[in-house]
Design a protein around this ligand. Structure first.
Ligand code: AMP
Ligand code: FES
Ligand code: ZN
Ligand code: ZN
Length: 292
């Protein structure tokens, strides 16, 4: 298979473009997808990348370092999930050292007195939901306290579409908001803007980019999230995307348009009585989980 743009051997076929790319042309294609998000939403300034040590957030850090318009730093949350957390912290340190990016570390247990293993033992069967709340809260709080303009996560096109289908399958429609690559800040509620630079690239595309650009990452699956239904949905969506290569992107475009047409209001939002961060209830879920 030859590259569609030069004489080199191609390493990947990008179905929706109908093109094959060599290493160099693929890098250009991939960074152009990231650039599309940065330009469309005029993103510039201080970005804190939430780094788990996995392939997507590691790729997110590396890809942002190619753009002068953003100053990239990273932070890792040590969730205290036994060896999994220890290894992902070590990997995050290696990634940042190699990329020459400053890494901040937040230790959940040290700072707030409890870790995810402990919390989820009490709330059996709800590990990922609780952990997601804790992570989102700490991402926002870290960025807010440290003067960052944005928090970036490694969510890619496959993650976004599979989790939306999972929500649809559960008639859970609130998260239909925040589906675009950028969720705007709300200063009044101490909410920092959240961005997803890898929004337009699929899982397999991130994988190839990471592998061909010498990006290190951590591959283990979290022991508490095994058998997640979104993994099955992802497989189903990727099969569809193989046969009809614009499916994933078109789902994203359609979901974005639906979101644009939804009436949004901040009516339910207020700030938590205990910590001052955004919530829909008097005391936010983080404070309740951590027994603040
Ligand atoms: P997940 O919730 O594991 O699907 O991860 C979604 C995104 O959250 C990742 O792409 C990272 O950007 C971020 N993230 C996950 N775990 C951590 C962590 N322990 N520390 C910092 N960021 C994380
Ligand atoms: Fe949060 Fe596994 S990383 S439950
Ligand atoms: Zn080429
Ligand atoms: Zn609170």
């Amino acid at each position: 298979m030859q590259c569609s743009n030069c004489e080199e051997e191609a390493i990947i076929r990008v179905g929706w473009k109908g093109k094959n790319y060599c290493v160099n042309h693929y890098k250009r294609y991939f960074l152009a997808q990231v650039s599309k998000v940065l330009h469309k939403y005029d993103i510039r300034g201080k970005v804190a990348v939430a780094l788990s040590g996995g392939k997507d957030s590691a790729t997110c850090v590396e890809s942002l370092t190619h753009f002068d318009r953003v100053d990239v730093e990273a932070f890792h949350i040590n969730l205290g999930i036994e060896d999994f957390s220890e290894e992902s912290l070590q990997k995050s340190r290696e990634i940042c050292k190699k990329q020459n990016v400053d890494l901040h570390e937040i230790d959940l247990e040290e700072k707030y007195g409890r870790n995810i293993s402990e919390i989820t033992k009490e709330e059996s069967g709800k590990a990922c939901g609780t952990c997601g709340t804790v992570k989102r809260y700490l991402m926002n709080r870290f960025a807010h306290e440290n003067g960052f303009d944005y928090v970036a996560t490694g969510h890619n096109l496959s993650d976004e579409i599979s989790s939306t289908f999972n929500n649809l399958a559960n008639v859970y429609l609130t998260p239909f908001r925040g589906l675009e690559p950028v969720l705007e800040e709300k200063e009044k509620y101490n909410m920092v803007s959240r961005i997803k630079p890898l929004y337009w690239v699929k899982d397999s595309e991130c994988q190839v980019y990471a592998d061909t650009n010498d990006i290190e990452y951590f591959q283990k699956e979290c022991p508490l999230s095994k058998g997640s239904p979104t993994n099955e949905l992802k497989k189903w969506l990727h099969d569809l995307d193989e046969k009809r290569p614009k499916s994933l992107r078109n789902f994203a475009k359609s979901f974005n348009r639906i979101e644009d047409r939804m009436e949004t209001s901040d009516d339910e939002l207020k700030t938590c009585d205990k910590c001052g961060y955004p919530t829909a209830t008097e005391v936010c879920r983080f404070c309740r989980i951590m027994k603040n």
